[in-house]
Design a protein around this ligand. Structure first.
Ligand SMILES: Nc1ncnc2c1ncn2[C@@H]1O[C@H](COP(=O)(O)OP(=O)(O)OP(=O)(O)O)[C@@H](O)[C@H]1O
Ligand SMILES: [Mg+2]
Length: 634
């Protein structure tokens, strides 16, 4: 159990919260929500005792083990994946020591129920750390996180930041603490892992606090919401939907109270003004003045300020922004793309879609010049100037620099007044520009990264998940600025509404159906909505075709069956025909599932998990059928 009593916290002149109370019980499953920079991550650090409140106190149950996944990646010592996960310091030793101490106390006759409870806890914990069991559990968790058993012995240095986060995460889950505090856990995970995590957390038997902008994820997991709003902390029962209703009711009540108070103040003031000069009523007026002074004024919440910006005028560029010719991208054995041919023309706002792992980020890296293709040619158009926002762009900031220094370095030629102006538009005004990047909140870092994008004029923006870390208001401002941007945009986002109101073109990446088959890109014309509609129709017609077994198979890549000389089909041909029909059906089903996966990207995770599983199963069957078919042809 953790209880925060009347805590206050501020940094410099910025007050995060005042006189706040928070209660976390053994079974609490709560979301922490609030705008960027409101103090969510700070509250977590206070609970962890990594920082202290300026006033008030936080009481913690003894022996409560806490597990924490920070918003940013911690530094890890070099080692293998498995050894890092299995490295939980001197935990086992400490547990053993506590156990012995308690046994000594019992031997001396202690019957304290608290000791008995503690003993039971230590005993269960030691069981969890049992040498054989813990290894099996560690492996299970790592596999759930997406590692293969061949990865276990690989060194940490071979993995990217997102994967290292999974290692840290696995270690927390393995220890099974009494309270886990997760700060934006889904930002670094791909969809499949998010789904796995959601299931895992659903079954997690202990308390949890989760900070996330992912509403579906939160709604499926939490039973309480802790909201930081305008220096106050509110704790609501229920998930986010329930919280929204309660919040509305609270605001309406406050509004009514405010109105009543205003009427009362006006009446008092009027009496005072009318009677102040009258000798007969002077005492009464005086007492009203005192009454008025005593009233504790109700304050209505102010609207939160939001970022405000527009992209600067874009330098004119050639008609063709970029052309890819026979581009091939390969990582080791794995081919991501082969024979990629595509031209992007000026003014297009294109979304790159496709299931997880299809190669969206890779394509964006190629377009921005960050990644050299293995072969082929890339031609950027005349005077094309790229602005690139990578998926984890905010992690590229120099943490030792202040916001102002970071911005100045990007645009050394600009006068400081102009840089300050841009910083202000991104809500870094006054002292805030002097903050070191290391203390910035996740959303604030993302804002600095966006501001940097504005400082260098560009006419081709390449944006990979630019809404990550941003609260809803900032996301809306970004959307508007991009809508007004006259240049060319290439975007990857999971946010369907964001894409639908921005793009005029869709580039779809198809994951190869076979293992190790490279992805293919398919440029489509029209709006994102058109694309969704078109896909639906395509699927419906494909399904009809596959149901109608007598249809000629012009659509498939497989060669159609040759009749034998006398026109009769032998048994082998019949078998072949039936196999081909099954293959078409399975391929259609996979396409249908891929579409549904894109469709449902922003919807409920358990549904997506189901679809993913189904896709995997069908793919396996399909591969087997194709093998059978090939054997038959030999
Ligand atoms: N050590 C520090 N020194 C100065 N300011 C700090 C420090 N730590 C945090 N802050 C400031 O306190 C505010 C709250 O930060 P916090 O990281 O708790 O926000 P958050 O609610 O988690 O935001 P986000 O949604 O962007 O992650 C931010 O304005 C941040 O810059
Ligand atoms: Mg945070």
């Amino acid at each position: 159990m953790i209880q925060a009593h009347s805590i206050s916290k501020q940094y410099g002149s910025k007050v995060l919260f005042e006189n706040a109370n928070v209660f976390i019980g053994d079974q609490t499953r709560a979301a922490i929500v609030g705008p960027n920079g409101s103090g969510k991550s700070t509250l977590v650090r206070l609970i962890l005792n990594q920082e202290h409140p300026d006033s008030g106190r936080i009481i913690r149950s003894q022996n409560w083990e806490l597990g924490h996944l920070a918003q940013e990646l911690p530094t890890l010592e070099e080692g293998s994946i498995f050894s890092t996960v299995m490295n939980f310091g001197d935990r086992v030793e400490t547990l053993k020591k506590t156990k012995h101490a308690l046994e000594d106390a019992f031997a001396k006759g202690s019957q304290d129920p608290k000791d008995l409870e503690a003993y039971e806890k230590v005993f269960t914990a030691l069981e969890r750390f049992d040498e054989f069991r813990i290894e099996a559990r560690a492996k299970e968790i790592l596999m759930g996180m997406g590692f293969k058993s061949s990865d276990f012995s690989r060194s940490l240095s071979e993995f990217s930041g997102g994967w290292l986060m999974r290692v840290v995460f696995s270690r927390i889950l393995l220890v099974e603490p009494d309270l886990i505090l997760l700060d934006e856990p889904t930002n670094h995970l791909d969809l499949e892992t998010v789904l796995w995590l959601e299931q895992f957390l659903k079954n997690y038997p202990k308390a949890m606090l989760i900070i996330s902008h992912d509403t579906a994820f939160l709604n499926s997991l939490v039973e309480e919401v802790i909201e930081i709003d305008q220096k106050k902390i509110f704790q609501y029962r229920g998930n986010l939907q329930a919280q929204a209703i309660q919040k509305q009711a609270r605001l309406e009540f406050l509004q009514a109270q405010y109105q009543n108070q205003q009427t009362k103040i006006e009446q008092l003031q009027e009496f005072i003004d009318r009677n102040r000069a009258k000798a007969s009523k002077a005492t009464q007026a005086q007492s009203r003045v005192k009454q008025l002074e005593k009233i504790k004024k109700i304050e209505l919440p102010k609207t939160n300020s939001t970022i405000e910006f527009r992209f600067p005028p874009t330098p004119a560029g050639g008609k063709e922004v970029i052309t890819l010719k026979n581009v091939k991208v390969q990582f080791g054995e794995k081919q991501i793309f082969e024979k990629l041919n595509w031209t992007l023309s000026k003014g297009t706002k294109v979304i790159v879609t496709g299931v997880n792992g299809a190669g969206k980020t890779t394509l964006l890296k190629v377009l921005s010049g960050q990644l050299q293709p293995s072969s082929g040619e890339i031609k950027w158009g005349h005077q094309v100037q790229v602005g690139y926002y990578a998926q984890h762009q905010s992690e590229t900031l120099d943490l030792k620099k202040t916001v102002l220094e970071e911005l100045e370095e990007t645009a050394p030629h600009l006068p400081v007044s102009q840089i300050r102006g841009i910083a202000g538009a991104f809500l870094f005004s006054g002292d805030a520009v002097e903050k070191k990047c290391s203390v910035l909140s996740g959303g604030e870092k993302a804002r600095v990264a966006l501001a940097k994008l504005l400082l260098v004029p560009s006419n081709f923006l390449i944006l990979d998940e630019p809404t990550n870390h941003l609260d809803k208001d900032s996301r809306d401002v970004l959307l508007q600025a991009l809508q007004e941007y006259p240049g060319t945009i290439c975007l990857v986002t999971h946010d369907r509404d964001f894409a639908a109101s921005l793009v005029n073109c869709v580039l779809e990446i198809h994951l190869g159906i076979q293992k190790n088959e490279p992805s293919q890109i398919i440029p489509l014309l029209g709006s994102y909505e058109d694309y969704l509609q078109k896909k639906l129709k395509e699927i419906a017609s494909q399904e009809a075709k596959s149901k109608n077994l007598s249809l000629p198979k012009v659509e498939t890549q497989k060669p159609s069956i040759q009749k034998n000389k006398n026109g009769k089909k032998n048994t082998q041909e019949k078998k072949q025909l039936s196999l081909e029909q099954e293959i078409i059906k399975l391929e259609t089903k996979i396409k249908e599932l891929d579409f549904l996966l894109i469709e449902k990207a922003s919807s409920h995770h358990s549904e997506i998990a189901q679809l993913m599983k189904e896709r995997e199963k069908i793919q396996e069957i399909l591969q087997q059928k194709e093998k059978d078919w090939e054997t038959l042809l030999k």
